[in-house]
Write a protein that binds this ligand. Structure first.
Ligand SMILES: [Zn+2]
Length: 147
């Protein structure tokens, strides 16, 4: 009896991305990004990296895709004539849209320390001293040592 060796777990980087539609085996040619703040779905060139609110689509599904009710679709379609230099601009635009779709708050960012409204800073410790001029104290507010 020969014990079966456990299969080695291999992590392979996917070079060929597939359409995110269920039961579709087409290779992805475009990336759909939902910009929830603007109710806009942006269909652009294939993203260089996957993000939670991005969906890769094959050519058929990217052509057939329809926006949810009340949403707008912005199709960033490369123009064959304008494509000659490079598609970097389109990619930059698509990446900018993805950047805008990200949540503003990032964990780990320190919140600004502010003095709460209605309170003032009256003194400091450390290398700073708070000095008070005697002339500024009104005589009638001086403590009364009448004994
Ligand atoms: Zn598809």
């Amino acid at each position: 009896m020969q014990a079966e060796a456990p299969l080695p777990i291999t992590v392979s980087f996917v070079t060929r991305r597939r359409c995110s539609k269920p039961s579709c085996n087409g290779s992805a040619v475009a990336t759909l990004t939902y910009v929830y703040a603007d109710s806009t779905a942006v269909l652009g060139p294939l993203a260089t990296y996957a993000e939670p609110h991005c969906y890769d689509l094959c050519s058929m599904h990217s052509e057939r895709m329809t926006a949810p009710l009340g949403w707008e679709i912005v199709r960033i379609t490369p123009d064959p004539d304008a494509l000659k230099p490079s598609s970097d601009d389109l990619e930059a635009l698509a990446n900018a849209v993805r950047e805008a779709a990200r949540p503003r708050y990032e964990p780990g960012t320190p919140l600004p320390t502010e003095v709460p409204p209605g309170s003032i800073e009256t003194g400091r410790k450390g290398h700073l001293r708070m000095l008070t001029s005697v002339d500024s104290i009104e005589p009638e507010r001086l403590p009364d040592y009448d004994d």
